[in-house]
Ligand binder design. Structure first.
Ligand code: AN7
Length: 346
């Protein structure tokens, strides 16, 4: 067999795998890097889209979860827990299933996209909706670890960040160099932290001769890092990044400072418009949170001719409600050739 072997097998030399004999894998990673011709033309730059929605559970979270679950299993854990806006819970539930472990997920009631909820249920997790937001779910998950034997697999678990570095490795391997700019959505701020660690590790090892500027984007209603203070009632249509008190705030700021990058805000309106535009021009349907990157590049522009990668963190199919509700309903016609011809000739 010559198929891709999953991230821990493929990047084992670059990751801390101490204690892990048998990786728990769904053959995650190796996601497409798609040249974005229309966006490149619009921005006067060379833009690529990293399609993280092509991972087995439909988001980048699989990169960190193969590592976190493999380590937890190796350490003898029986049950894992996370608080989540949806994607972490889907990935945790899937990898826990594969590892024959139990999984508890705490999600904000009514504020996670339908596909993500369906996933956690189908993968057999104990799904608990709480009357509170993500920040509350995460702090409750942390507290529970003090009372029952349970391993937390949010990105406060360093194994998650370690696994997510592989996104940066894949980019440098594909491009032969680091890009000039990495555009990435920011919620709990784990992924921007992980990418920066991946880029610096490859750079130190001589696999890349430069480092990218890290450009993070938050939704305006949930933009604590941009505002410089916690947001107690975060709101945004991009529920994946509806987070008011990011766990990796400090390392994210370090990544931005060291790379001479920035974290900036885009409004829900800008997100929705960039999201729809991307799907109908590039043929790439990501989730709204992922489109914050596209909205940000359109809003703030990029230096001429720079090489830019947008990390499109999740699959558009995760959130069918937002897609269907953001457009008018498709027309319904009689099932006759005549009515179709009349309609299509308009
Ligand atoms: C599609 O699933 O926090 O800044 O609990 O699902 O590393 O948090 C999801 C976050 C971006 C932000 N894009 O990444 C969760 C969760 C998508 C996401 C982010 C998330 P971080």
């Amino acid at each position: 067999m010559s198929q891709w072997k999953g991230l821990l097998n493929e990047f084992g030399d670059w990751l801390d795998l101490r204690g892990v004999d048998t990786p728990i894998t769904l053959m995650e990673g190796n996601t497409p890097l798609v040249p974005a011709h229309y966006l490149s033309e619009r921005l006067g730059a060379e833009v690529f889209l990293k399609i993280e929605g092509a991972n087995p559970t439909g988001s980048f979270k699989d990169r960190g979860m193969t590592m976190a679950i493999s380590k937890a299993k190796a350490a003898g854990a029986k049950t894992v827990i996370c608080g989540s806006t949806g994607n972490t819970s889907a990935a945790a539930a899937a990898f826990a299933a594969k590892a024959d472990m139990a999984c508890v997920v705490l999600v904000p009631e009514g504020k996670i996209a339908l596909g993500k909820l369906a996933q956690a249920i189908m993968y057999g997790a104990e799904v608990v909706q709480i009357r509170g937001n993500f920040d509350r779910a995460l702090s409750l998950a942390r507290e529970l670890t003090q009372h029952i034997p349970i391993t937390i697999v949010n990105s406060i678990n360093p194994d998650r960040i370690e696994g997510q570095k592989t996104g940066a490795f894949e980019l440098v391997d594909a491009l032969g160099e680091a890009p000039d700019i990495l555009a990435i959505p920011v919620g709990n701020a784990g992924n921007i932290t992980a990418y920066w660690r991946g880029f610096t590790q490859y750079h130190t090892a001589g696999k890349a001769t430069k480092l990218p500027k890290m450009w993070g984007f938050q939704a305006a209603g949930s933009a604590p890092i941009v505002l410089g203070h916690r947001v107690d009632d975060p709101e945004t249509i991009a529920t994946a990044i509806r987070i008011g008190n990011p766990a990796s705030w400090a390392p994210a700021l370090l990544a931005v400072d060291e790379s001479h990058g920035a974290i900036r805000a885009v409004t829900d309106e800008e997100i929705l418009s960039a999201w729809a535009w991307l799907a109908k021009t590039e043929g790439v349907f990501c989730e709204p949170a992922s489109a914050a990157t596209i909205a940000g590049l359109i809003k703030f522009g990029v230096p001429a001719n720079s090489k830019v990668v947008c990390v499109l963190t999740g699959n558009g199919l995760k959130d069918p409600d937002t897609a269907v509700n953001s457009a008018s309903a498709p027309i319904v016609l009689d099932a006759s050739l005549e009515s179709l011809l009349t309609h299509l000739s308009k």
